[in-house]
Design a binder for this molecule. Structure first.
Ligand code: A2R
Length: 314
């Protein structure tokens, strides 16, 4: 199997490439933006900006993949409030560019579309865990663009008979994630406190929100399983199936941190609109693939803290 991973220089890409090559025996071509660096063994790395439609077509013609995994995105909710035009351009127009390039191939490769659990938006707590048939009520710019891109991909699957499997990925975490995301942010602050780089206080946004966290290494196994066993035209939640309050995650980090710290609310970290609860119903994923998460949250936090420790020691 030959796989083209688009947008591979982000958080998920290197983990996915490792899984595809080492565990699934795939031949992988990975794309990055020209200004990014991507150092992965066992994969050929190409430059590609999905805002350049001709470049996508040329890459497909060059690689001739069996599968494309579309990871490329402006993936930060916080940035989507600040840069709505950029978020719409990359997440919606960029996805249409990918779909059009695929459609232009004599034999369009199969596509794994990566959407987000954020697409569900705000539902009453009784609606969770939430299944794929639930209504989408995106409540931030990022979520709205991912919902829009997913709907467009479903239309391409139906209208043109293209093989497209869609994912709604819930919060994924692990070593190497940027501190724009809450768990990595807390782990980074904790390690800075350990290193004496700032006072023993962690600044937080809304701690009562509940989220469904999965280790990125489990997430990429789910993506591989869906490439093997997912049904075209279907959308699959990828998450742990359990929600935990951010406050509890912070307490787990506190328990692993080598120096005690206190917690202080930071108004700058509170989002304009925030869903109080997000949790995936993963019945469809488990039914079609047999996938189960294997890495505990405590282990993920240990590994994420260690990754920050390694960064500050180097
Ligand atoms: O924004 P950057 O410089 O971090 O680059 C991101 C890249 N990207 C693009 N690639 C090609 N053409 C573009 N016009 C373009 N704009 C941005 O896609 C980044 O290297 C990559 C996405 O990686 P992350 O932002 O780290 O997302 P992550 O966590 O790997 O999630 C993968 C997918 C995304 O579609 C998320 O929305 C979804 O899973 O949750």
């Amino acid at each position: 199997m030959k796989v083209l991973v688009i947008g591979a220089a982000g958080f998920v890409g290197p983990y996915l490439i490792r899984h595809l090559t080492a565990d699934m025996g795939a031949t992988v071509f990975a794309t990055k933006l020209p200004q990014e660096t991507l150092d992965v063994p066992n994969a050929a790395v190409l430059d590609l900006d999905i805002l350049q439609p001709d470049a996508i077509a040329a890459t497909l013609a060059q690689v001739q993949p069996d599968w494309v995994v579309h990871l490329a995105a402006q993936s930060s909710v916080a940035l989507s409030w600040k840069k709505p035009n950029l978020t719409v351009a990359i997440n919606v127009q960029g996805t249409v560019n990918v779909l059009e390039a695929l459609r232009g191939q004599a034999q369009p490769p199969k596509l794994l579309m990566i959407g987000s659990g954020e697409e569900y938006g705000i539902h009453p707590e009784s609606a969770y865990p939430i299944a794929e048939a639930a209504a989408l009520h995106p409540c931030n710019l990022y979520a709205a663009t991912k919902a829009c891109a997913e709907q467009i991909a479903l239309i391409y699957a139906k209208a043109y008979g293209m093989h497209i499997v869609s994912v709604r990925a819930f919060n994924h975490i692990g070593p190497g994630q940027t501190p724009q995301f809450v768990v990595s942010d807390f782990c980074k602050q904790a390690v800075e406190i350990e290193c004496g780089l700032h006072e023993p206080v962690i600044r937080t946004g809304n701690l009562s929100s509940k989220r469904d966290f999965t280790d990125v290494r489990d997430v990429v196994r789910a993506y591989g399983a869906l490439m093997e066993c997912g049904t075209s035209g279907m959308v699959y939640n990828v998450g742990s199936g359990h929600a935990i309050a951010i406050e509890q995650v912070l307490q787990m980090i506190q328990a692993q941190c080598r120096v005690p710290f206190t917690v202080e609310p930071d108004p700058a970290r509170i989002r304009p609109v925030d869903a109080p609860m997000i949790c995936a119903d993963i019945t469809a994923l488990q039914r079609d693939t047999g996938w189960m998460p294997e890495i505990s949250l405590a282990q993920t936090l240990t590994d994420t803290l260690d990754a920050w420790r390694a960064q500050y020691q180097s």
